[in-house]
Design a protein around this ligand. Structure first.
Ligand code: ADP
Ligand code: MG
Ligand code: MG
Length: 883
C-alpha cells in the first residue's frame, strides 16, 4: 500500500477529492499546492496508516520509517536544507487532520528538528532571539503533546518570567530571556523525569506517533460522539516544512474566512498577529488585530491574501476558512477548508454564491445543511428594546441567536446542571478543547478573552449555539463562583445559578431571564430557498400531529397533509376524556349501559377533534391510526393512585372494587410492546374500532358540510396477517357505509395498513390486495426487526454499541438501511408488484432524519411524515436527496 503523498508548490500527488485518505487538511494542502499557491513543501501520511498504527497496538509500521526518510529527502532537495543539519536546519511541523474537521481536538507539534546543538547553529545563522523562541515553543509543544507534561507547568514558567521582567507579552522577552526560558523548560522536563529527544528523527517519529494516538484521546472521541462523526479511518498526519511567523515584525500569522461566518456578509473576516506562530492566534493568548488592519501594516501581502482567498473560493465553490503565515514579507498558505458557519450565514452565502454565478441552484440547496435550517428555526429574543436596561456589557458577537440560562463557571458544572434538567449559560475566561462536553449542553457561551476565531467562537458557530466572546469587562472569580461587571460605575455581582441571557447576534450580555419568541419560517431569504427546495423535490412531506392547532403550525411549515394522527393522544387531552377511557376499559359487559355511554363519550370527543383537524387540513390527506397502545398505558402506576381509581370506578360502574382490580390488573403484560396492542386491540375489542371509524366518518361528513375538502386515510396498526387486515377492514367499511347512508353524503376515504412487523413486510403482496396504502411505522419495524426494545435499549446498551462501533449509529435515530431498510424495500417491491399505484409513506421518527429521508427517496416512497417543527428540514432533505 501507498502510505505517503508529497506536496510542494505547483506539484502534488493528492488532491481535494482524497479527504478520506489524506484527511481534509492533507487533501486541501495538496490541492492548494496544485493550484500553484505558496504551500510550504511536505507530505501526508494516510489515514490508513492510522488504522495500521492502532491495529499494531499503537506502533508505527516498520516500513513507514524508511518511507518517511525518503519523503523528507524529497523536501530537503526542494528546500536546499537538511533536517538535523547543525548549521542551517530544516524544521518541520507534524499536523493532525481527519476527513472531517475537528477544530483543536487532535494534536499538532511545531518546530521539530531542533536540539541543544542545532539550536546554536540555527541562532548563529538566523538570530538568537528567533532561534530561542522556536526552541522554547518546541520544548513546550513536544512536552505537552508528545510526552504529556501538563501544559500549566510550562505556562507558569512563562508567566513567571514575564512578571519578573515586567512585560505583558511574550514578544517583549529578549533573546536572553528566552534562553533562560529554555533552561527553565528543561527543568520542567527533568522534574517529570523526561527529556526532549536530541535525535531529530526520534522527535519526528514520536511526533507522528502522538498525532495518531490523539485520534483516540477522550476529548476527540467525545467530539465525534457529540457531532455524530462515525465511520472514519482515523487521522492523517501532515509533515510540513516550517515557515516562521515569529521572525520579527515583517512576519506574522493569521486565520481568515472569505465571508463573515456569523452573518454571511461578503468580506474578508479574520485575525492576524504580528511576530507569532499559529497556535498563538487560536489559543487567544494575545488579542490579534482584525484582518483588515493588515492592509495598513503590510499592504502588498494583504492584497496577495485577498487574491489567493478569492481564487480559492472560486476554485472550491464555497466559503473558505484559511490559515496562513507571513515570513519576512512572504505569504504562505497553510490550510484551507469549507468554513463552519451559522444557519443565518449558510443561507445568505448559498443564495449569494448562486447569484454570483459560482454555484447552481441545486448546489445552493445542498449547501444549506439540515442543521443550519434547524438553527434558523430556533427562538430569538421577544423584544430587544425591552431588555435595554438590563444589558450588563457587550462583547464580540461571535455566534448569533438568543440564549437564556443559569450561570455556571466550568464545563463539568454545565454538564451536572444540565443532567439535573437545568438550562445553563457557560461563562469562562476562554474555552479549550477539554470543555466541549460542557459547551455542548449549554444554551450559550460567554468568554472574557479571545477573538472571533477563538476556540469558543469556532466551536459555537459550528453548533449554531449563541456565543459572546472577548467580554473584557467580565471579572470572573472561579473560586467563589462569581461574575463581577462594572455597570455605570457600580459593580454588579452575579453568582452561580443566576439567570443570564446572551444575544449572540449583538454581543450583549443581559441580566435575568429574557423572553424568547419563535423564528419566522416564511418570506425573505428562507422563503426563497424553500421555494427552490419545493421546486426540486418529489418526495412529499406530511406531518405527525394530533390536534387542530399543531395541524395549523405544520401547514405553515409546509406540511402536505397528516401522515400520522395518533388517536390515543386525544384520549389523554383532558381529565374528562381519560375518565371515559378508563370506564370503557374497566367495564367488561359489552352491552352494558356504562360501556355504551363511555364509548359514546369518546366518540363525541374524537369527532370534535377530527373535525377540527379535517378543516385545518382542508384539501390535504389526513392519515388516522386506529388505537395502538396497550390499554394499561391509560392507567396510573400501581400504588395509591391506582387504588383510588379502582374505588372510584367500582362506584361508577356499580360493581365491586375486587372485580375492577381484577380486570385492570389483568391488563398488565410482561412484554406489553409485543402484547395486546395495535390491531390486536381492535380485534379483541371490535367496539373500539367501530367507535373510532364512526367518529372519523361523522367528523368527515360535518367538515365536508362546512365546505372543507376531506380526505381521511384510516390505517390499521401492527398488522401481521391478512386475516387481521380483513377483520378490521370490514368494520371500517361497514361504519363508512352506515355513516354515509345516514348523512346522504359521500366521503372520499382510503383504508391502509401500517407495515411495522417483519411478517407484514414479507406478506406485503397479499396485504396490498386489501390495503389502499402502506405506511411504514419504522419505530416498531426497527424494534421488531432487531428484536431490540426501544424503551430499554438506549440506556442499557445502545450507547455502548455506538461508542464501540458495533453499530454505526442508533437505529432509532437513523434508519438501519441494510437490515430494517431491506424490510422496507421488500415491502415496497412486493406491494407495488400487486398494486402499482399503491401509495407508500413512512411515519416513524425517521421521517425527520435527513439520512433516512435520502434512503426513503431512493426506495421510491411517496412521502415521509415527521413532527410539525421538522417539516422544513424534511423538505430540505427531500430536495437534497433528489439532487
Ligand atoms: P489545527 O488542526 O488545530 O488547526 P494545525 O495543524 O492547523 O492544527 O496547526 C495549527 C497552527 O500551527 C496552524 O494554523 C499554523 O498557524 C501553525 N502551523 C502548522 N504547521 C505549520 C508550518 N509548517 N509552518 C508554520 N506554521 C505552522
Ligand atoms: Mg489548522
Ligand atoms: Mg407502531
Amino acid at each position: 500500500i501507498r502510505r505517503i503523498y508529497p506536496f510542494a508548490q505547483g506539484k502534488s500527488d493528492g488532491d481535494k477529492s482524497m479527504k478520506e485518505l489524506l484527511g481534509g487538511k492533507g487533501a486541501n494542502l495538496c490541492e492548494m499546492a496544485k493550484c500553484g499557491l505558496a504551500v510550504p513543501p511536505g507530505f501526508s501520511i494516510t489515514t490508513e496508516v492510522c488504522q495500521e498504527f492502532h491495529a499494531l497496538g499503537g506502533k508505527l509500521p516498520e516500513e513507514l520509517l524508511a518511507e518517511i526518510k525518503t519523503a523528507v529527502a524529497g523536501v530537503e532537495a526542494d528546500m536546499g536544507l537538511k533536517f538535523g543539519d547543525p548549521k542551517a536546519p530544516l524544521l518541520f511541523s507534524v499536523r493532525s487532520g481527519a476527513a472531517v474537521s475537528m477544530p483543536g481536538m487532535m494534536d499538532t507539534v511545531l518546530n521539530l528538528g531542533l536540539n541543544d546543538t542545532i539550536v546554536e547553529g540555527f541562532a548563529a545563522a538566523r538570530g538568537e532571539r528567533f532561534a530561542m523562541d522556536c526552541y522554547r515553543r518546541l520544548l513546550q509543544m513536544f512536552g505537552d503533546v508528545v510526552l504529556g507534561i501538563p501544559h500549566e507547568e510550562f505556562e507558569s514558567k512563562l508567566t513567571g518570567l514575564k512578571a519578573a521582567r515586567g512585560v505583558q507579552y511574550d514578544v517583549q522577552l529578549t533573546a536572553d530571556d528566552l534562553r533562560q526560558l529554555v533552561k527553565e523548560y528543561k527543568e520542567v522536563y527533568k522534574h517529570n523525569n523526561l527529556e526532549l529527544p536530541q535525535d531529530p528523527w526520534e522527535q519526528m517519529y514520536l511526533g507522528v506517533t502522538a498525532v495518531f494516538k490523539s485520534w483516540n484521546i477522550p476529548r476527540a472521541i467525545k467530539y465525534r460522539e457529540i457531532n455524530k462523526i462515525t465511520g472514519l479511518k482515523g487521522t492523517a498526519v501532515n509533515v510540513q516544512t516550517m515557515v516562521f511567523g515569529n521572525y520579527g515584525d515583517t512576519s506574522g500569522t493569521g486565520v481568515c474566512f472569505t465571508r463573515n461566518p456569523a452573518n454571511g456578509d461578503r468580506e474578508l473576516f479574520g485575525e492576524f498577529l504580528i511576530n507569532a506562530q499559529g497556535e498563538d492566534v487560536v489559543a487567544g493568548i494575545r488579542t490579534p488585530m482584525p484582518i483588515k488592519l493588515m492592509n495598513d501594516v503590510m499592504p502588498p501581502i494583504y492584497a496577495e491574501l485577498v487574491a489567493n482567498t478569492t481564487m480559492l473560493e472560486k476554485h472550491m465553490k464555497d466559503m473558505q476558512d484559511v490559515e496562513f503565515t507571513v515570513q519576512e514579507g512572504r505569504l504562505f498558505m497553510l490550510q484551507c477548508r469549507n468554513g463552519k458557519r451559522t444557519g443565518t450565514a449558510a443561507l445568505r452565502i448559498a443564495l449569494d454564491l448562486e447569484a454570483e454565478g459560482l454555484i447552481t441552484m441545486d448546489e445552493a440547496v445542498c449547501m444549506v445543511e439540515p442543521r443550519h435550517l434547524d438553527q434558523l428555526l430556533h427562538p430569538q429574543f421577544e423584544d430587544e428594546k425591552k431588555y435595554a436596561k438590563d444589558v450588563l456589557t457587550r462583547g464580540l458577537a461571535a455566534s448569533p441567536g438568543a440564549a437564556v440560562g443559569r450561570l455556571v463557571f466550568s464545563a463539568e458544572e454545565a454538564e451536572e446542571w444540565k443532567a439535573r434538567g437545568e438550562r445553563v449559560v457557560l461563562c469562562r475566561h476562554e474555552t479549550s478543547p477539554e470543555d466541549v462536553g460542557g459547551m455542548h449542553v449549554s444554551e450559550g457561551i460567554v468568554t472574557a478573552r479571545g477573538g472571533m476565531t477563538s476556540h469558543a467562537a469556532v466551536v459555537a458557530r459550528g453548533w449554531g449555539k449563541p456565543c459572546v466572546c472577548g467580554c473584557e469587562a467580565l471579572q470572573i472569580d472561579l473560586k467563589n463562583k462569581t461574575l463581577t461587571i462594572e455597570v455605570a460605575g457600580k459593580d454588579v455581582v452575579l453568582k452561580e445559578g443566576d439567570w443570564v441571557s446572551l444575544n449572540g447576534t449583538t454581543g450583549e450580555v443581559i441580566k435575568g431571564q429574557q423572553g424568547l419568541k419563535k423564528a419566522e419560517v416564511t418570506g425573505g431569504d428562507l422563503g426563497k430557498l424553500m421555494a427552490w427546495v419545493d421546486k426540486t423535490r418529489h418526495l412529499r412531506v406530511l406531518t405527525n400531529c394530533d390536534t387542530p392547532e399543531d395541524a395549523l403550525v405544520a401547514r405553515q411549515n409546509g406540511a402536505q397533509g397528516i401522515g400520522l394522527c395518533r388517536t390515543e393522544h386525544m384520549f389523554f387531552a383532558t381529565p374528562e376524556r381519560i375518565a371515559a377511557v378508563r370506564r370503557m376499559i374497566a367495564e367488561e359487559e359489552l352491552d352494558s349501559s356504562h360501556k355504551l355511554e363511555a364509548l359514546e363519550d369518546l366518540k363525541k370527543f374524537q369527532r370534535e377533534d377530527f373535525e377540527g383537524i379535517f378543516r385545518a387540513m382542508d384539501g390535504l390527506p389526513v392519515t388516522i391510526r386506529l388505537l395502538d397502545p396497550p390499554l394499561h398505558e391509560f392507567l396510573p402506576q400501581e400504588g395509591p393512585a391506582m387504588v383510588a381509581l379502582c374505588k372510584q370506578l367500582a362506584l361508577e360502574l356499580k360493581t365491586t372494587v375486587e372485580r375492577v382490580e381484577g380486570r385492570l390488573n389483568g391488563l398488565r403484560e410482561v412484554n406489553p410492546m409485543m402484547g395486546l396492542r395495535g390491531c390486536r386491540l381492535g380485534i379483541v375489542h371490535p367496539e373500539i374500532t367501530e367507535m373510532q371509524a364512526t367518529a372519523i366518518f361523522e367528523a368527515a361528513v360535518e367538515a365536508q358540510k362546512k365546505g372543507a375538502h376531506v380526505h381521511p386515510h384510516i390505517m390499521v396498526p401492527l398488522v401481521a396477517t391478512t386475516e387481521e387486515m380483513d377483520h378490521q377492514l370490514a368494520i371500517v367499511r361497514n361504519a363508512a357505509t352506515a355513516v354515509q347512508a345516514k348523512a346522504g353524503v359521500k366521503i372520499n376515504y382510503k383504508v391502509g395498513t401500517m407495515i411495522e412487523v417483519p411478517r407484514a413486510a414479507l406478506q406485503a403482496g397479499k396485504l396490498a390486495e386489501r390495503a389502499e396504502f402502506f405506511s411504514f411505522g419504522t419505530n416498531d419495524l426497527t424494534q421488531m426487526t432487531f428484536g431490540i426494545s426501544r424503551d430499554d435499549a438506549q440506556a442499557k446498551f445502545l450507547s455502548h454499541y455506538t461508542r464501540s462501533g458495533i453499530l454505526v449509529s442508533d437505529p432509532f435515530d437513523t434508519l438501519d438501511q441494510v437490515g430494517v431498510g431491506e424490510m422496507v424495500k421488500i415491502a415496497v417491491e412486493r406491494g407495488r408488484a400487486v398494486k402499482p399505484d399503491l401509495e407508500l409513506g413512512i411515519c416513524g421518527e425517521h421521517g425527520g432524519d435527513p439520512a433516512s429521508i435520502a434512503f426513503f427517496h431512493k426506495v421510491g416512497l411517496d412521502y415521509v411524515s415527521c413532527s410539525p417543527l421538522r417539516v422544513p428540514i424534511a423538505r430540505l432533505a427531500a430536495a437534497q436527496a433528489q439532487i
